[in-house]
Design a protein around this ligand. Structure first.
Ligand SMILES: [Zn+2]
Length: 491
């Protein structure tokens, strides 16, 4: 019996299971059999044509099923099918050869002071690094997009390792909710810019590192200017527009892109380098529809997870500079922190890739917000009519006036346990369509979530089922905490 492994982000569509038994003799049939049992999962994975949506890839026993023919070929009866989404998320995988991004001239031009020789002594006595390698590290210029969860550990290790020039792109401010994982920032840094905080931490670890800060949003307009002088780009971003932009600028400029992504307890890492292997678009030609894959802010993340994945990225960057070992080119490393399991999937370059394939259709940077259909980190809230909105202040006034209101909280039970608005009923977003039969169409229904986004989605789902008296609470329970009752904790 074949099994289909369900990624964490989609367990909610598969009755909470992460392994589903499947029937059929091909991967296409196996996936269909699972989709038939879990229609929500089917709708998530398959386009109306019945093909797997381009935002997903299927792997059978660790090998990418590239294209329709592979999906329809007979498979082993005990095949293990993995669905790998654009997350944020094998056997006999060939290892790419080592090659340094630093040429001999730059290496020999680098010099180390006596202090540096002492500092790096544990590197210098490693034959794979030695003085030559340490000079390569000193000559290297590495750019990290983002000084957040992934950026924190990798920037600290790159600094400690003696990378000569580190570029950082980030214009964010340190927030209390960052501290659980973004260890380059401390409690006293809350409210400061991440750039300032990261620069100070790096200087305290290793004053020999030159840090070039780009305290601006990474966009199509500035990406080439920012990236062009660096040897390696490390993707430490948390949103799809920036991921695609990072990929495309790296492909166009011929730079290696050390990729990492995290979600809840699972992480992914690889090295995309179009000149030597696949790029991000070979794997995912298109982003998932907005809102399908939750961000860390929505889905949560184990604090140590970006530490593990970020360290893998730092390790790969250092190997690319030293020219030792086998880089993670053409291999997607999947890590599961709960099982403490690493899996490796083989990635192929896609000849039909729009940016690195045989017939390129993308030859310059595009509008990535538009391409991904979202604005920045958070998906744009689903539109609701103005007369379908209610503020927390209005809601409180109506409650205080003694009105009997039906207020439905569409968050998850664990969020309900953290904070709730009194007198509300919990129906998680994933169940709202199904449980709408229990709701009365003739009464007004007020919907809320954490920030107002999911409840807008719920409102539109109920509207499609013929409900007409609906209201969405603007700003959700976060606004309630700010404007009505500060005793309700924000999270
Ligand atoms: Zn490609």
């Amino acid at each position: 019996m074949a099994v289909v492994l369900i990624p964490a982000a989609f367990k909610r569509f598969a009755g909470g299971e992460n392994r589903l038994e499947a029937t059929g003799t091909t991967a296409a049939q196996a996936l269909k059999s699972v989709a038939a049992r879990y229609p929500a999962l089917g709708k998530t994975l398959f386009a109306s044509t019945g093909a797997l949506k381009p935002a997903f890839q299927a792997f059978a026993n660790g090998t990418l099923l590239n294209g329709d023919a592979a999906m329809r070929a007979p498979m082993m009866r005990s095949a293990e099918l993995s669905i790998v989404p654009c997350v944020s998320g094998g056997a006999n995988v060939p290892l790419a050869p080592a090659e340094s991004v630093i040429d001999a001239a730059r290496q020999s031009a680098a010099t180390l002071s006596n202090d540096e020789i002492l500092r790096y002594s544990r590197h210098l006595i490693l034959p794979e690094v030695n003085l030559e390698g340490q000079k390569k590290l000193k000559a290297a210029k590495v750019l990290c997009i983002g000084a957040g969860g992934l950026g924190s550990p990798l920037l600290m290790y790159l600094a400690a390792a003696g990378i000569g020039t580190i570029g950082i792109v980030d214009f964010d401010i340190v927030d209390f909710t960052n501290l659980q994982r973004q260890i380059i920032h401390g409690t006293a840094d809350v409210g400061r810019t991440k750039m300032q905080s990261a620069k100070e931490t790096i200087a305290s670890i290793n004053p020999n590192v030159e840090v070039i800060g780009f305290e601006e949003e990474f966009t199509s307009a500035n990406a080439v200017r920012i990236v062009k002088d660096f040897d390696i780009v490390i993707d430490g971003t948390d949103n799809f527009p920036t991921r695609y932009l990072t990929n495309d600028v790296c492909v166009l400029l011929g730079k290696p892109n050390v990729y990492g992504s995290i979600f809840r307890f699972e992480g992914q890492a690889t090295v995309f380098w179009a000149e030597k292997g696949p790029c991000y678009r070979c794997l995912y030609p298109e982003p998932p529809p907005p809102g399908l894959v939750p961000s860390c802010a929505e889905g949560g993340v184990l604090g140590v997870l970006p530490g593990i994945i970020g360290c893998i990225q730092a390790n790969e960057a250092i190997k690319l500079i030293l020219g030792v070992g086998n880089p993670l080119i053409g291999r997607l490393m999947l890590f599961n922190a709960l099982k403490m399991q690493f899996r490796e999937l083989r990635l192929m370059k896609d000849p039909a890739c729009p940016i690195c394939g045989d017939n390129k259709t993308i030859t310059e940077l595009i509008d990535y917000q538009q391409f991904c259909g979202i604005r920045g980190e958070e998906a744009a809230p689903q539109a609701v009519e103005e007369n379908e909105e209610i503020t927390v202040v209005e809601l409180k006034a109506r409650m205080d006036a003694g009105e009997k209101l039906t207020v439905i909280d569409v968050r998850e039970p664990y969020e309900f346990a953290i904070a709730r608005i009194p007198g509300t009923t919990l129906i998680p977003l994933g169940q709202i369509a199904e449980r709408s039969v229990d709701l009365d169409k003739s009464t007004e229904i007020i919907l809320h979530c954490r920030s107002g986004k999911r409840s807008a989605d719920a409102l539109n789902q109920l509207k499609a089922k013929g409900f007409t008296r609906l209201k969405n609470v603007v700003g959700g329970i976060m606004a309630w905490s700010e404007q009505v009752d500060p005793k309700v904790p924000k999270y």
